[in-house]
Design a protein around this ligand. Structure first.
Ligand SMILES: [Zn+2]
Length: 215
């Protein structure tokens, strides 16, 4: 099985698709997601986290080189015969150059899959997003009855402040379009990309992704 690089704007349903992929392919794949690794580092005191903290006070400002080193370490310590699932990396052009070089060094063969949704769709998804205060489930007014949490039955459901603010939403989309879109376009020129259109159910999207992976 080839490696998979899954790319897409934050609200493209990337997280859900990664969960489904991990469920289906189990121990055949190892998962790389920057946020997850950072949270794991943060959870107990250690030298790497102290180092990160000494140079940043905002996760968005984490230097490219640092992410690249973490990814290098991930590839270096990877068990033999395992494929990788990379979520949300590379995000910017400098990261991408380093990424391409490392994949070559470690002799990795991969497919990039993009979950493509329109700007309008991204805005619609964000403004309809709700969160359960009890179990932190992410809900959507288009998909769920948001009077009561379908997971834990709590009625304590709210909308995040930054999801109410259209300016903040537009800023986050712009960031993706200015920094990550060029990465996707560049990878597209290398001929390693497959776009899975979003305008269908998560189950159908998953089917399409699996077809791409198994082809
Ligand atoms: Zn809940």
């Amino acid at each position: 099985m080839k490696d998979i690089v899954l790319s897409g704007i934050q609200w493209s349903g990337k997280g859900t698709q990664c969960e489904l992929l991990l469920k289906k392919f189990g121990n055949k794949i190892s998962y790389f997601e920057a946020g997850w690794i950072l949270r794991a580092l943060q959870s107990k005191p250690n030298a790497i986290w102290k180092y990160i903290w000494s140079i940043i006070d905002n996760w968005n400002l984490l230097p490219d080189q640092f992410m690249v080193k973490i990814f290098d370490l991930f590839l270096f310590s990877l068990e033999q015969n395992k494929s990788i699932l990379v979520d949300g990396f590379p995000r910017q052009i400098p990261q991408m150059h380093a990424f391409l070089e490392m994949m070559k060094t470690y002799n990795r063969d991969y497919k990039t899959i993009v979950l493509d949704i329109s700007r309008e769709e991204a805005i619609k998804r964000l403004t309809s997003r709700r969160m359960c205060k009890t179990c932190w489930a992410i809900l959507n007014t288009n998909l769920h009855n948001c009077d009561k949490c379908p997971i834990c039955d709590s009625i304590d459901i709210y909308q995040r402040e930054d999801d109410k603010d259209i300016v903040s939403i537009e800023t986050r989309i712009d960031l993706f379009e200015n920094q990550t879109k060029p990465v996707i376009e560049h990878l597209q020129k290398e001929g390693v990309i497959t776009v899975v259109n979003w305008n269908q159910s998560p189950e159908k999207v998953f089917e399409d992704i699996v077809t791409v992976i198994e082809s």
